[in-house]
Design a protein. Sequence first.
Lengths: 476, 92
Amino acid sequence: MKYQSFVGLEIHIQLITETKVFCSCPNNFGDEPNTNVCPVCMGYPGALPSLNEEAVFKALKVSRALNCHINEKAVFERKNYFYPDMPKNYQISQFEFPFGINGYFDLELDDGSVKRIRIHDVHLEEDAGKMIHDAYQSRLDYNRAGTPLLEIVTEPDLLDGREAELFVQQFRQLVRYLEVTDGNMEEGSLRCDANTSINLPGKGLGTKTEVKNLNSSRFVNKALTYEIKRHAKVLDKGDTIVQETRLWDEGSSTTRSMRSKEDSHDYRYFPEPDLPPFRPDAALMARVEEAMIELPNDRKKRYEAELKLTSDQAVFITAEKNTADWFEAVLAAGADASQTAAWLSGDIQKILNKEGKSIEQSPFTPERIKELFDLINSNRISNNIGKDVLQAIFDEDRDPSAIVKEKGLEQVSDTGAVEKVVEEVLAAHRAVVDAIRAGEDKQIGFLMGQLMKATGGKVNPQLAREMIVNKIKRSE
Amino acid sequence: MDKNELFKTAALAKLKLDDEEADKLAAEVSAMLDNFSAMMEADVEGLEPTTQTLQKENRTRSDSTGSSNLSNQLLDRVPEREDRFIVIPNVM
């Protein structure tokens, strides 16, 4: 393509709080319609908003994690628009003095390189209510009206759909790590609008369009890829791009023009007279600092460099904070990192997927897993039996040593006992023994199989194998 | 005020104006805007914008739910309902 493309994102996240941002109604919009409403969020005259300190804390946490400058004074403003999703006819938002400005996010690209994406601002606002339309009527439910919403605006530093997709994925991972939102895009707790423009190289930004209705990171990519191509076709014909808001239609994989929206100045922002400006003080900022955790990308790098995990393992384990926390708890219990990583990304994950459980809800406590590894590493059970024990831990919610003991799974390492079984197997398969003697070493595997079958897999395999080889050679 | 601008402002406020109303209002709104212009001329050099005079300190609320629930009383005042939904003419 002869054009250069620019992409910027506006991401909204629903904050996890007990109550709405400006009133004490429960932040719970799945309830019966219009149950969590009060004079404040219904816009009754004279009702006064008051700011939820937890929403402020989470807004500052995100601002800090995105390396923003924290404004000394955060101001709330009224964004005026007339639409029944907001009963007040304005939304309380932030415009001139949001909580965080001028930040950045280090985005990891497909080739492993890092691209710094500038963050324009992080501001706190209230969500709108829900509307259901039919041909004649609109039904309104204000349970969601006034619930805390945090908007993060990037500069147009992303190149294309793929970079935007990566940004949404890595940003989502970050805010889930920070435990400020559940980040569920399908359910709307993380919503993304994408701006894009193209121009000839060196000419700067072009005329932009905005795409809405992107409820997965894949759609973000597809919609932007489509939009950038559409812009190029328009410019190639010598036409000009119309600045407008467009809607992504997944069915046809195209974008279409939406009714035009207000320009920014049409919202007639002005400072909210009912809420004093908020000045984050030193004590609060110290709490925010304390809440900063190791971020997912840093954790991944540490796992590769210090714990020598493979890149795939590190990506898998750090994808979700609860998985990585569990992994570290197993290490803290004294387990080996490679062994833990291999089991976690292998058999443990297999069972969790099959049973539809997350690791912290499962019977797999770090102590039990460490105990299972001890049983395997001290040769008291074989690796294969270990897998059965793992399933039994899940099914029976018991400690591995108890399971091994009760089911008699401990492997036989007593030389005399193993010798007896080996002799029986050799006697029963004379022809195979002869073949091995003639050089067909592969057949040792067959004898091992027979041996395991005869003992229910409980014989120490190394010991048994050595014994088979010795016995055949000795009788040569 | 320019009549086109007046119509645009009215549209943003979801108000319908006929020509006669527009003529009358254009003059009135112009008078209002002149008053604002007069205020704009005041010298505020070096003054911090004041949006609050009473409240100087942070005022926040702890994140816990209130005890009273007025939702039923609020819904009783709604002109048209269907179950717990508020019903209005289609706005899509």
